[in-house]
Design a protein around this ligand. Structure first.
Ligand SMILES: NC(=O)c1ccc[n+]([C@@H]2O[C@H](COP(=O)([O-])OP(=O)(O)OC[C@H]3O[C@@H](n4cnc5c(N)ncnc54)[C@H](O)[C@@H]3O)[C@@H](O)[C@H]2O)c1
Length: 283
């Protein structure tokens, strides 16, 4: 279909986003709606799912809230079936639901705590992505669709979390690459490696950190006058500032030959060099 001047980049597409009731997933859901897609939003938080539907405004007919837990294969199959029942097909899957480990170092945890945190974080962050792809690949093959996984600076670099979170996000990089290989040429699989942003990202229940959010860490850093040690230190850190790459990678018109790629959207962590000041020149 030839694009018109007014059409969105995802006009007529259908997406399923896990963890789409808050933070980044919610921002991607609202952006996809604005780009013309219909969006099924899966999340375990029913209250926030209702809030996404309210936020959809004029696009409310194109949003479908689906309660469920990404650790459950049955819940994910039900989410895919609901999206296809309601909208007729599935073009885009965004595995995104995740939890953080609050930078808990190996030096601060007992073996039992590490074991429990590993099981919980890997179950959500890694198994949740794996099972989402298993539930969706048949529909994505049918539409020659694509998968965009939320990765992290912790998929490449240290100290974006502790060892459990960093290992989980490195594992997700492996999933992008393996699925890009396995599902070619019918389904493209890419990732967005996000830097820090102000969301409600929670810690594991097994460490008693489910009530804290990364937004608290941002508030503390801001109160202390700290700024990110990245070249683009004044780039936006709201979830909406990260959504453009999700649109680009989902768009057949604009990225039909991209698979197995990960776009770092992190303010330039990879080129920050040895300076402690942010820029290469005093700009
Ligand atoms: N916030 C950051 O700084 C940052 C940086 C890089 C990557 N990320 C990644 O972004 C993704 C989204 O996180 P966010 O920052 O928007 O956090 P968030 O907590 O605001 O949103 C995550 C959503 O996932 C849902 N969720 C968690 N576990 C679930 C489960 N088992 N089943 C179903 N839903 C579940 C939560 O209810 C929540 O709505 C995560 O994969 C995270 O690792 C976040």
């Amino acid at each position: 279909m030839a694009p018109t001047a007014n059409s969105g980049w995802l006009e007529g597409d259908v997406a399923l986003i896990t963890g789409g009731a808050s933070g980044l997933g919610r921002a991607v859901a609202l952006r996809y709606l604005a780009e013309g897609a219909s969006v099924a939003v899966m999340d375990r938080d029913r209250g926030r799912l209702d809030a996404v539907v309210s936020a959809a405004g004029e696009h409310v007919d194109r949003v479908l809230p689906v309660p469920g837990d990404v650790r459950s294969p049955d819940d994910l199959h039900a989410a895919v079936a609901s999206a296809v029942d309601r909208f007729g097909k599935l073009d885009i899957l965004v595995p995104n639901a995740g939890i953080w480990d609050y930078h808990r170092s190996v030096t601060r945890l007992t073996g039992h705590e590490l074991a429990a945190a590993f099981d919980e974080i890997f179950a959500v962050n890694v198994k949740g992505y794996l099972l989402a792809v298993e539930a969706a690949w048949r529909e994505l093959v049918a539409t020659r669709g694509s998968i965009i996984m939320t990765l992290s600076n912790s998929s490449f670099h240290t100290n974006g979390g502790g060892p459990v979170y960093t290992a989980s996000k490195h594992a997700c990089l492996g999933l992008v690459r393996e699925f890009a290989y396995e599902l070619a040429p019918k389904v493209r699989v890419n990732g967005v490696a996000c830097g820090g942003m102000r969301t409600q990202l929670r810690g594991p229940e097994s460490l008693g950190l489910e009530g804290r959010s990364i937004a608290d860490s941002f508030a503390r850093s801001e109160a202390a006058g700290e700024r990110p040690h990245v070249p683009l230190y004044d780039a936006g850190v709201e979830p909406e500032d990260f959504t453009g790459t999700y649109v680009l990678l989902a768009s057949r018109r604009n990225s039909s030959n991209i698979t197995g790629a990960v776009v770092p959207v992190d303010g330039g962590i990879a080129v920050r060099g040895f300076r402690t000041s942010a820029g290469g020149a005093d700009l």
